[in-house]
Design a protein around this ligand. Structure first.
Ligand SMILES: Nc1nc2c(c(=O)[nH]1)N[C@H]1C(S)=C(S)[C@@H](COP(=O)(O)O)O[C@H]1N2
Ligand SMILES: [Mo]
Length: 413
């Protein structure tokens, strides 16, 4: 069965819901899993580029431009250019500029990719939306290799970058990285990328194509779409658009579990109930997903974060889905699996689940007596921290509150 696109399912139309110039479709109704659901529908392991939940600012939103406007915006594969320059005390020997024809074009970027390109799986996750927006197989050139095209750098402490924004400074969507994060990724870690391919094809305009930044370990706001400008600076401070509104501009991906369906469910006793969801595997990795089933009485009172019940809760392991049996069939045709970051020479992932991707899980509940229950689910990361720890606050640095589903079990029919 063909999965319905989220856009159709929500009936929001092509441009989605406009909230003060910000498109924010509802969080992904059916996150990618690569499995067949109980109703027989297939959920792909990779989200088609046009089916991601879209988080895009702009008036008009850059991906709604067409024809001549798109050409003027330099957002077609032929017209796209990337400028790299330095400001203030920072220096770059050979700035790459549109004016003198030295700006990077798509063909040169793809050419550079022939030797420097990296393939990696990554789910896009907004800082402030529970549930990944979609999962892709991205291809890009490390940002450090693009910066090298400009020759020697001096006095650089930070890299600022932004995308097309209707030539209106107020609409700029900016982000930034410390220079060491760009040049010096920790061993075995992915660096920030200038990405030009998604799921084996061009990056669709809606996903920020032709070229966007992808910062694998970070929340979505570091992965600027319609990327066109990079400025090296001596400034040491983050100037991210997401530094505003009290967001944590250095937040990195947290590990957290989400329910596919958090709505209250009514079921007859005697039935085995299977609850499903996905976990976002953040930088700290995923050790396990576990659930807590709590008997409650009516009227059900909200459980507060400081309730003593948390301390005596009994958490039981949930089942993590194994990698899809035919992983190659889930990926674009012709992809050499051994080239994907985290995969071995045999084309199988070296560890599972992979960091920065989505891990589907399920929990089977049998033999429930009639009554009311609350089902909660949490991840435990590879540092041993159970969600939402280690941070005592669950907002503005990556939403990761523990989700809850209420169950009403009726007497046997
Ligand atoms: N140019 C630009 N890039 C952007 C944004 C934006 O509004 N404009 N939104 C950011 C945010 S907050 C998120 S969560 C991701 C969402 O990526 P997606 O639309 O591909 O799902 O894009 C990021 N890159
Ligand atoms: Mo976001």
């Amino acid at each position: 069965m063909e999965p319905i696109s989220r856009r159709d399912a929500l009936g929001l139309g092509a441009t989605g819901l406009v909230l003060s110039g910000l498109v924010r479709r509802s969080p992904a109704a059916s996150p990618p899993t690569g499995r067949t659901d109980d109703d027989g529908s297939r959920r792909p392991f990779l989200t088609p580029g046009d089916d991601f939940t879209d988080v895009s600012r702009g008036d008009p939103i850059p991906h709604t431009l067409q024809g001549e406007a798109l050409v003027k915006a330099r957002l077609t594969p032929e017209t796209w250019r990337l400028e790299v320059a330095a400001e203030g005390k920072a220096e770059l020997a050979k700035p790459l500029r549109q004016a003198d024809g030295s700006a990077i074009d798509l063909a040169s970027l793809v050419k550079l990719g022939e030797t420097k390109g990296v393939l990696f799986l990554k789910a896009m996750q907004c800082n402030n939306i529970a549930q990944p927006l979609g999962q892709g197989l991205w291809e890009g050139v490390p940002l450090r290799d693009v910066l090298r095209l400009g020759g020697e750098m001096k006095q650089v402490r930070r890299v600022y970058y932004w995308g097309f924004h209707n030539n209106d400074p107020k609409q700029m969507f900016r982000s930034s990285l410390a220079i060491n994060q760009v040049l010096d990724a920790p061993p075995g870690e992915l660096p920030p990328f200038i990405a030009y391919r998604l799921n084996g094809g061009p990056i669709p305009l809606e996903r920020g194509g032709p070229v966007r930044m992808i910062v694998p370990w970070a929340h979505g706001f570091k992965s600027v779409k319609w990327l066109q400008q990079i400025v090296l600076t001596n400034d040491y401070q983050a100037n991210d658009t997401y530094a505003l509104a009290n967001n944590d501009p250095e937040s990195y991906l947290k590990t957290a579990a989400y329910l596919d369906d958090a709505d209250e469910a009514t079921r007859p006793a005697g039935e085995t109930l299977v609850i499903r969801g996905t976990a976002m595997v953040g930088w700290p990795g995923l050790a396990r997903v576990e659930s807590w089933l709590r008997r409650v009485s009516r009227p059900v009172v909200e459980l507060h974060d400081d309730d003593p019940a948390w301390a005596t809760a009994s958490w039981r392991p949930c089942d993590l889905d194994p990698p899809p049996v035919d992983l190659a069939a889930e990926l674009p045709a012709g992809v050499d699996l051994a080239r994907i970051w985290g995969f071995g020479p045999d084309g199988r992932p070296k560890e599972w689940p992979l960091r920065f991707s989505v891990a589907p899980w399920s929990a089977s509940l049998g033999g429930l007596e009639p009554g009311d229950y609350e089902f909660r689910v949490r991840t435990v990361d590879r540092n041993g921290f159970a969600q939402p720890e280690p941070r005592p606050f669950a907002q503005r640095s990556g939403v990761n509150g523990v989700q809850c589903k209420r169950l009403h079990i009726t007497a046997k029919a």
